[in-house]
Design a protein around this ligand. Structure first.
Ligand code: PEP
Length: 260
């Protein structure tokens, strides 16, 4: 198995402070150096701490291809009069090579609509950023068996503005399937469910882009931990994981990274 094709991302969300997050990254780097997991690792810290985390990685001489940095969100506008926002190019200044777009908390807590998500995708991809698009159904949609319908709509609407660019180069796009009901709840989707939805996403991507998209990574997210990671990551069409809660514990996160 080629482990390099796996991406394991740590979404720290709005957690911690300067002291605790520096400790978290230092502890993680210590274990990382011992274990040397062969997957690519991505850290998504709160943006105000990007510089501090980036400095720790440089201090420990960690190659950025092994542990990359990303932003949890970007603005849907280019630089200008948009108080409180961070443009994709600003995040590049802080060594970010990834942007996370359309996370369920952005969609549901901050009411980000599909038009905004499509604009963010367009800006991020045009800026040559590795761009992770999150999709996933709510519990009500899951109960009504609407998962595939919702995912089809989310993928189409997010990728439509970027489809011309993506047809010539799709190397920067990554999809994360995150059932909303599985995020931070301890309820992981079943292996059959994950398999089925990931192969559906693969087929939809092939159709939208009109090419074979096997090189596009599809991550699973939703209560991934050190105990369930290995079985989830061994499924076909699962090319990595987006991890929230368990990424705030360096031991659990390194166990996830080395469980492939
Ligand atoms: C997430 O934040 O994307 C996530 C999947 O969180 P958790 O692992 O805590 O469910």
């Amino acid at each position: 198995m080629n482990n390099q094709k796996y991406l394991i991302a740590a979404n720290w969300k709005q957690n911690g402070d300067s002291k605790s997050l520096i400790k978290l990254i230092n502890d993680f780097i210590k274990s990382y150096k011992k274990i040397k997991p062969r997957c690519e690792i991505l850290i998504l810290p709160p943006s105000i701490y990007l510089n501090a985390i980036s400095n720790r990685l440089s201090h420990h001489k960690i190659p950025r291809k092994k542990i990359s940095l990303g932003s949890q969100n970007i603005s849907s506008f280019d630089n200008g009069a948009y108080t409180g926002e961070l443009s994709v190019d600003m995040t590049k200044d802080y060594n970010c090579t990834y942007a996370l777009i359309g996370h369920s908390e952005r969609r549901h807590v901050f009411q980000e609509d599909e038009k905004t998500i499509a604009k963010k995708m367009q800006l991020s991809l045009a800026s040559n950023m590795n761009t992770i698009l999150c999709v996933g159904e709510t519990i009500a949609e899951y109960n009504k068996k609407l998962t595939k319908k919702v995912i089809l709509r989310q993928l189409k609407s997010a990728l439509i503005k970027s489809s011309v660019l993506l047809k010539s180069d799709h190397s920067k796009v990554i999809i994360a399937y995150e059932p909303v009901w599985a995020i931070g709840t301890g309820k992981t989707a079943s292996l059959d469910n994950i398999s089925d939805v990931h192969s559906y996403i693969r087929n939809v991507l092939n159709k939208i882009l009109g090419i074979k998209t096997n090189s596009i990574k599809i991550l699973y997210g939703g209560s991934v931990n050190n105990l369930n990671a290995s079985s989830i990551l061994s499924l076909s069409n699962v090319n990595g994981a987006l991890v929230g809660g368990a990424s705030l514990n360096s031991k659990k996160f390194i166990d996830i990274c080395s469980s492939i």
